[in-house]
Design a protein around this ligand. Structure first.
Ligand code: PEP
Ligand code: MG
Length: 596
């Protein structure tokens, strides 16, 4: 039976594929295809893991102290029995043979199947055995991870696809929640779409999904409960709908739409190296947002004229507290700078906290176990200033990378003059330390992100201390409207068109211009063509976005006359419904040079 699940669209397009259900706690399990010639050795890996876990459990049982409760010994027997049960390791083998899944993926796929079966059992005692199967599988997964680290496809190598093995394509990931750091590992993954139960439009998980440029729906509430392993799914990333086991007619309709959007994409791609200049001759800078140094090549390929936001925190996440040292960071920043071939690279100092914890945590854990409201807590520059050694290390690493190209430093979530003073002091000390050590570095501009209302309202003062500002609209909207950007329960209230938000953005841009300082927008609004006219009308000439959005925004830029847009701005800003007024005033296109 076909059903539909509704959520929040976060990344456009249509994906059609088989569901791969992954428990949130196991999203980091390696997912890759095993070539035919390695199937036997993959099964051998699984067998070795099973034998090792069997020995581990038997030893545990043998070494139980005499005073240990008798249930413990019985429990270990149950675990041993489950370990050798065909429904676990036997069926896992089948996933490897038939689907070419690697052992970890095959095991977690089978675990999802078994978990469903247990959930549906009437007998409470039997239902509770699910936890035992999960514990046994966790032991196996831990052994596999230890025994064969780095088994995944090496960086730079082609990711084998299911079709290479005659398998059905493509695959769509379905999970309750995916942490941003886990999402990033899917940059080179086998999945062609994502569905998650939780998350808002501008949560960091959604942002990374968008940067992967594959259709995604978040906040689909019950999706991971309603969807079964291997179900056929259509993800409509434009409407935010997931169709489970679609009828042949619906499937054909979506296949048609998929082909259309591929054609549109190819058409837009031709604009890659066309300069972004409006009809009235205004040059517009289209920069890229990146998460990892390897993304710089993608940015160049997409026609970016620089990096407007390098979210450096992704270098710090999921490392079990083992943060990258100065040299490791320096190499990462230098690689991005060198890859951009002299174009500007804006490196944001670490923005950890809120929905980007250092280590993997579900949003629920974050909220309930750590801070009541992490978005208002020790985040971004607040965190950096609370870790002065780490902060200076990062500043030194960035400064050292500036010897290799054009580097700018961007400070996230500045709200207070005191933070500015401390930041600039830390930078001066970092420079002094490099001078003392005889290390070279280049000229570096320093900018602040304007992403809390306090910063937008005090931007005139802030600009006395900074060379440029970059408006982080994702957080500016979150903090202006008091809407948690990662909470799907309030995502319908997240409104970039709110008059207060528009006023703060417009004022920031005009204040920067009045002082002759650079201003850019690097939040998701910059990459959304629905806001291009509005931002151009406000005088913005520098936009930073996911590389995949550059061509579409450029197409819009090429078609507009900024004088006409600017003339309509006062009416939009004072309108009861700015979105409606903007649609009325801005939508008409004067002439249409296009990629066609
Ligand atoms: C923003 O807040 O708009 C921004 C670009 O920063 P991030 O999304 O990483 O918080
Ligand atoms: Mg932000």
């Amino acid at each position: 039976m076909s059903i539909q699940v509704f959520g929040t669209p976060v990344s456009r397009g249509v994906a059609i594929g088989r569901a791969v259900l992954v428990a949130s706690s196991r999203v980091d399990v390696a997912h890759y295809f095993v070539p035919t010639e390695r199937i036997d050795s993959e099964i051998e890996r699984l067998r070795v893991a099973r034998d090792a876990v069997s020995t581990e459990l038997s030893t545990l049982k043998r070494d139980l102290p005499p005073e240990a409760p008798t249930e413990l010994s019985a429990l270990l027997d149950v675990h041993l029995m489950l370990l050798h049960d065909e429904s676990l390791t036997g069926a896992t083998k089948q996933w490897i043979v038939e689907r070419h899944y690697n052992a970890e993926w095959a095991l977690s796929a089978q675990l999802e199947v078994l978990a469903r079966q247990f959930d549906e059992m009437d007998d409470e005692y039997l239902r509770e055995r699910k936890a035992d199967v999960e514990q046994v599988a966790e032991r196996l997964l831990r052994f596999l991870a230890r025994a064969k680290p780095g088994q995944a496809v090496p960086a730079g190598a082609e990711v084998p696809r299911a079709r290479d093995f005659g398998g059905e394509e493509p695959l769509v990931l379905v999970a309750n929640d995916v942490a941003p750091a886990d999402m990033i590992q899917f940059k080179r993954s086998v999945f062609t779409g994502f569905v998650t139960d939780v998350g808002g439009r501008t949560s960091h998980t959604a942002i990374v999904a968008r940067s992967l440029d594959i259709p995604a729906v978040v906040g689909a509430r019950e999706a991971s409960r309603l969807i079964r392993q291997d179900d056929w799914l259509v993800i409509d990333g434009d409407a935010g709908v997931v169709i489970v086991n679609p009828s042949p007619i619906v499937l054909e309709e979506y296949r048609f739409r998929q082909r259309q959007s591929e054609l549109e994409r190819a058409r837009l791609n031709r604009l890659r190296h066309t300069p972004a200049v409006t009809l009235d001759g205004q040059a517009v800078e289209l920069l890229a947002n990146i998460e990892l140094p390897g993304d710089a090549a993608v940015a160049l390929e997409a026609g970016a004229v620089g990096v407007g936001l390098f979210r450096s925190e992704f270098l710090f996440m999921n490392r079990g507290g083992d943060l990258p040292g100065e040299d490791e960071q320096f190499v990462a920043y230098r690689d991005a700078v060198v890859a951009m071939q002299g174009l500007p690279v804006t490196i944001r100092t670490v923005d950890i906290g809120a929905d980007k914890p250092l280590d993997r945590m579900s949003l629920q854990e974050l909220r309930h176990e750590h801070a009541l409201n992490p978005a208002l807590g020790l985040r971004a520059i607040r965190w950096s200033l609370s870790e002065p050694d780490m902060f200076r290390q990062q500043l030194r690493a960035i400064l050292r990378a500036s010897a290799y190209g054009n580097v700018r430093i961007l400070i996230p979530m500045v709200a207070h003059m005191g933070e500015i003073r401390l930041t600039l002091d830390a930078l001066a000390r970092a420079r002094q330390q490099l001078d003392d050590a005889g290390c070279s570095y280049g000229q570096v501009q320093v900018g602040a992100m304007i992403e809390v209302p306090a910063a937008a309202l005090a931007v005139g003062r802030f600009l006395d201390h900074f060379d440029f500002v970059s408006v982080g609209t994702n957080d500016l909207i979150q903090y202006t409207l008091a809407i948690d950007r990662s909470d799907d329960a309030v995502s319908h209230l997240f409104d970039p068109w709110h008059p207060a938000v528009l006023r703060l953005i417009a004022d920031t841009i005009s204040q920067a211009h009045a002082r002759g300082k650079g201003v850019s927008v690097c939040g998701e609004m910059a990459g959304d063509a629905a806001f291009t006219d509005l931002l151009l009308a406000m005088g913005l000439r520098s936009f930073s976005m996911h590389p995949a959005r550059i061509a579409a925004i450029k197409q819009r830029v090429l078609r507009v006359d900024t004088r006409r847009l600017a003339a309509g701005l006062p009416a939009v800003l004072s309108a009861e419904d700015p979105a409606l007024e903007a649609a009325r005033l801005f939508a008409p296109v004067l002439s249409a040079p296009s990629a066609a």
